[in-house]
Design a protein around this ligand. Sequence first.
Ligand code: ADP
Ligand code: MG
Length: 143
Amino acid sequence: MKEIITKSPEETKLLAENLIKKIKKPVLFCLYGDLGAGKTVFAKGIAAGMGIPEKDIKSPTYTFVRRYRKGKKTLYHFDFYRIEEVDELMVQDLEEIFQAGDAVMVMEWPGHIKEILPSVRVDIYFKYIDRNTRSIKFADDLK
Ligand code: ADP
Ligand code: MG
């Protein structure tokens, strides 16, 4: 695992922006970590890297997913914080999105849907260090 220490939200955003610009294809980012660890900040960086204004990115509060479009590109932002159990309808909807495989996806609290989590994904682990410092870990071959 590679560990990146960021010293501000801007740095976390930039890390995400650079990652998605480098990857340039559909990918599922699973973001692990406690509340306030920086997952949504990272999601905004992914959006920015795709040309989607970050101010448009709000945590999906009343739903567990929001979809954004930019030209031919699609971004799904999932947040399963409030989801305790996946019901059948959710499973159908999610599997449809996963199987299409044509979008960039960022997912907060992926552990809440672990029964149906695709095996092809990029896992990223966030940790609060202090007020402005976060540890972000991911597989060595990513960057
Ligand atoms: P999560 O989605 O993991 O619950 P958020 O991304 O919503 O967390 O919030 C992270 C909070 O921490 C924001 O208020 C952000 O400004 C702050 N923050 C401070 N330092 C950092 C950093 N290095 N990286 C990301 N966020 C940071
Ligand atoms: Mg969040």
